[in-house]
Design a protein around this ligand. Structure first.
Ligand SMILES: *[C@@H]1O[C@H](CO)[C@@H](O)[C@H](O)[C@H]1NC(C)=O
Ligand SMILES: *[C@@H]1O[C@H](CO)[C@@H](O)[C@H](O)[C@H]1NC(C)=O
Ligand SMILES: *[C@@H]1O[C@H](CO)[C@@H](O)[C@H](O)[C@H]1NC(C)=O
Ligand SMILES: *[C@@H]1O[C@H](CO)[C@@H](O)[C@H](O)[C@H]1NC(C)=O
Ligand SMILES: *[C@@H]1O[C@H](CO)[C@@H](O)[C@H](O)[C@H]1NC(C)=O
Ligand SMILES: *[C@@H]1O[C@H](CO)[C@@H](O)[C@H](O)[C@H]1NC(C)=O
Length: 744
């Protein structure tokens, strides 16, 4: 309908141009105005005025400019133009007027469709008579492609409308070509030329890309033109990844490389993101792009904070797509906090160990003293040790801390990927403890004594000596001196009078507390008497005295024992001191067949104590010696050496040994006399291969001992031929050497 009406209007303009009067009769429109126009020339003949226009029929394409000159003959006083609407034309931008007396020029610039119609030029003379001429202006639209874009871009899959905005009057006929073929709907089911001349492509694909020609023609004017439009189909990015999750260990200079594969048209741009921020290339982030649409992000020097979600985003005109990648960062366990702890004995100690790591490590404790381990939730048998932990922190609580708890504790953090161990020391502070029970000291006037106060404490204690309410200064006094060392203070007292004996107070103080210990300096006494004096091994000249040590040593150690003895009836005691504090003393140089008295006293620094009761004993009278002990020894060659060991000599020296010997076959004894001072007898010459019998007797002034019997065997005479001769040679050379040594 609309199209027809437009056609009608255009036709109207067109026909106007060719035959105006016929046109208005034929169309029967605007009957009144056009009828007057038709009859105009008829009246002009009558008037003196004559008006003419340079042109009377003009075709003008839209945008063109034209001018018309109106000339009047006669004596016009006014020349005026009227537009198709019958309005007088006043100069405007697009219509200018140059009017002289009998001439007027109308210029129409950049004609538009609406300018079409009949323009009249009217001349008026002085008497008010008017004459006019007219020009018919017909305006048409040439084929015009209005701002047709090329290329035109579409998104894959959408319904594309390739725009070809072409105008003309009358309306053009538009035909589309693709790959030199006309697009017809029967051949191209997805293609459709729309009423507005645009080409619609359903579900456009990459394959539809190319140059499309939009050709328009106006048959009436034989006008034809085309425009080539490049159609571009954009494909939104498609992203894929080979691997989505990555593992790495922190702080080992490790790197990971994420790869995203993209397709799409145009080639998508790939950006990398993390926590909503686009990543920029840096020391740590390295970007790479390879052919095949592979984009890579390498994360270097991975640290714990690098774990988490990353994404790659591909973007092009047609859209964007994003994929997430995940980096799991493992972190070796690391103990970040473990401190030495100092606790006060009896209080509670809390030791905490904090560890980091991914995965979070489990924490365990080990007591170095006995190797016992504790883990979370553990409680020791006695309930004093307890471990509680969570989230990488473990607290070992020791209640009622004891000195024995002192020492090293190891904290170990362990996870699937490794372990870390650290140690701490539990130090225990406590009130000074006195180490010694020795609190009574003995001395005597003039004898210095060291009273030692030994203390164990942590932290170290300061020590002071007090006497009643007075502190003994570190410099000491006339008869006291203080010797201090770590954990020890020695008070050296030299008692001068009774007043110096008594109680002394040792005070030890540290920041935990103060303790004191009392010491007593007592007057030493002499020892009490030894008792149970006994005699043993009494012989002619010797006797052994044994005794029991006294019940009391008087407060100070016994120095030695004094043993006194004398012959009964004599007044002079002879003294023998014990060897140190041995309770056995041997008396020597006694007279045989004599009665002695003996007594013992103990001596200490203070002096000599009481004597024991007196014991008597009698030495043996002189008698014959005991038989000697004999031990044989082969001599050299035909000799035999007999060793002699003196036994009891009976109180007088052995004068001689009488050695009698014979073969077992003989009756006759041979006798050899050996001086009593000798310790052997040499028997020679003897016979080979013979048994001998020996009888030995010792003799002192008193008489003969019982004999000692002895037997020995003289071997075969040695074979001096062959090997034995060799041996003899060696032997002789050996003796020779020995001789040499002697000579030297
Ligand atoms: C990463 O570590 C986890 C846990 O150890 C494991 O299950 C997974 O397979 C690992 N992934 C890769 C890509 O190695
Ligand atoms: C903890 O105590 C130990 C032993 O006393 C010592 O060697 C170590 O230096 C101490 N550590 C710290 C951190 O004080
Ligand atoms: C001190 O004496 C008590 C009992 O008299 C004893 O149990 C303790 O072991 C002694 N201490 C020392 C250090 O001698
Ligand atoms: C006491 O001890 C001090 C220091 O150890 C020492 O010099 C002094 O000789 C001692 N005195 C006695 C009587 O043992
Ligand atoms: C030792 O000191 C304690 C505490 O100060 C006190 O009770 C005691 O009497 C003192 N002893 C002597 C002998 O000074
Ligand atoms: C021992 O002495 C007593 C008298 O002192 C004497 O009678 C006795 O004969 C003496 N014995 C010997 C063996 O000398």
């Amino acid at each position: 309908m609309l199209k027809n009406q437009k056609l009608l209007e255009n036709n109207f303009v067109l026909f106007y141009l060719s035959d105006l009067c016929f046109a208005f009769e034929f169309l029967q429109i605007n009957l009144f105005s056009f009828s007057s126009l038709c009859f105009l020339p008829l009246f002009s003949i009558i008037a003196a005025l004559q008006v003419s226009i340079s042109l009377n029929k003009v075709e003008l394409s839209v945008g063109e400019s034209k001018f018309f000159i109106c000339t009047a003959i006669g004596e016009p006083v006014r020349l005026e133009w009227y537009n198709p609407q019958g309005e007088r034309i006043v100069p405007s931008k697009r219509m200018s007027l140059h009017t002289e007396t009998s001439r007027s020029r109308l210029i129409i610039y950049n004609a538009i469709i609406e300018d079409a119609g009949i323009y009249r030029c009217q001349a008026t003379d002085a008497s008010g008579h008017t004459e006019e001429a007219s020009v018919v202006l017909e305006i048409y639209q040439r084929l015009t492609f209005q701002d047709v874009q090329s290329p035109q871009e579409f998104r894959h899959g959408e319904t594309a409308e390739v725009v070809c905005d072409v105008i003309s009057s009358p309306v053009p006929v538009v035909v589309w070509y693709y790959q030199d073929k006309e697009i017809t709907e029967e051949h191209h089911s997805r293609f459709q030329v729309l009423a507005n001349n645009n080409l619609q492509i359903h579900q456009v694909t990459k394959a539809d890309e190319g140059v499309y020609r939009c050709e328009a023609s106006v048959e009436a004017r034989g006008e034809i033109d085309f425009v080539d439009i490049a159609v571009v189909v954009n494909v939104p990015p498609v992203l894929s990844v080979f691997q989505q999750s990555f593992n790495a260990t922190a702080d080992y200079q490790e790197s990971v490389t994420f790869t995203c594969i993209t397709s799409g048209s145009p080639d998508p741009m790939v950006t990398w993101h993390r926590k909503g921020q686009q990543l920029e290339p840096s020391e740590q982030y390295i970007f790479n792009r390879l052919e095949g649409g592979r984009s890579m992000l390498t994360i270097r020097n991975i640290r714990q904070g690098d774990g988490g979600t990353y994404s790659c985003k591909a973007t092009n005109k047609a859209g964007s797509q994003e994929r997430e990648l995940f980096l799991k960062v493992f972190v070796q366990p690391h103990i970040t906090q473990l401190k030495n702890v100092t606790a006060v004995e009896g209080s509670a100690a809390m030791i905490s160990c904090v560890a980091e790591g991914e995965p979070l490590p489990d924490i365990s404790w080990r007591r170095a003293s006995d190797g016992q381990t504790f883990v979370d939730g553990d409680k020791s048998h006695d309930g004093r040790f307890e471990v509680r932990g969570r989230h990488g922190k473990s607290v070992l609580t020791i209640s009622g801390v004891r000195l024995a708890d002192l020492g090293r504790f190891d904290c170990e953090a362990l996870s699937r990927i490794g372990g870390h161990q650290k140690s701490m020391f539990l130090d225990i502070e406590y009130i000074p403890k006195f180490l010694t029970n020795h609190t009574i000291y003995y001395s005597w006037e003039g004898n210095p004594v060291n009273i030692s106060c030994d203390v164990m404490s942590n932290p170290p204690a300061t020590m002071l000596w007090r006497r009643e309410r007075f502190t003994i200064s570190a410099e000491g006094t006339a008869n006291t001196r203080v010797h201090s060392a770590e954990g020890k203070s020695v008070l050296e007292v030299t008692p001068m009078s009774d007043r110096d004996f008594g109680r002394y107070n040792c005070t030890a103080r540290n920041n935990i507390g103060v303790r004191y210990q009392e010491f007593i300096l007592a007057q030493a006494d002499v020892p009490s008497n030894p008792y149970s004096v006994r005699l043993s091994a009494v012989s002619q000249r010797l006797a052994t005295v044994t005794f029991m040590k006294p019940d009391s040593h008087g407060g100070v150690p016994i120095s030695y024992y004094l043993v006194q003895y004398k012959e009964v009836g004599s007044q002079d005691w002879r003294d023998v001191k014990s060897h140190s504090v041995q309770t056995t003393v041997v008396l020597t140089g006694l007279e045989p067949n004599t009665t002695y008295e003996v007594r013992v006293a103990a001596v200490n620094g203070k002096g000599q104590g009481e004597f024991s009761h007196t014991e008597t004993f009698q030495t043996l009278p002189i008698r014959e010696p005991s038989p000697p002990a004999v031990h044989g020894q082969r001599g050299m060659g035909k000799a035999y050496r007999l060793g002699l060991v003196k036994q009891d000599d009976g109180g007088m020296p052995i004068v001689e040994y009488i050695v009698k010997y014979k073969t077992d076959k003989e009756e006759q004894w041979m006798t050899k006399l050996v001086p009593g001072a000798n310790d052997f007898a040499m028997l020679q010459p003897l016979q080979w291969n013979t048994r001998y019998e020996v009888e030995i007797t010792a003799r002192n002034v008193k008489g003969l001992s019982e004999p000692t019997f002895y037997q020995f065997f003289m071997p075969q005479k040695p074979d001096i031929t062959g090997k034995s001769r060799e041996a003899q040679k060696l032997f002789s050379s050996f003796t020779l050497k020995k001789l040499n040594i002697f000579l030297l």
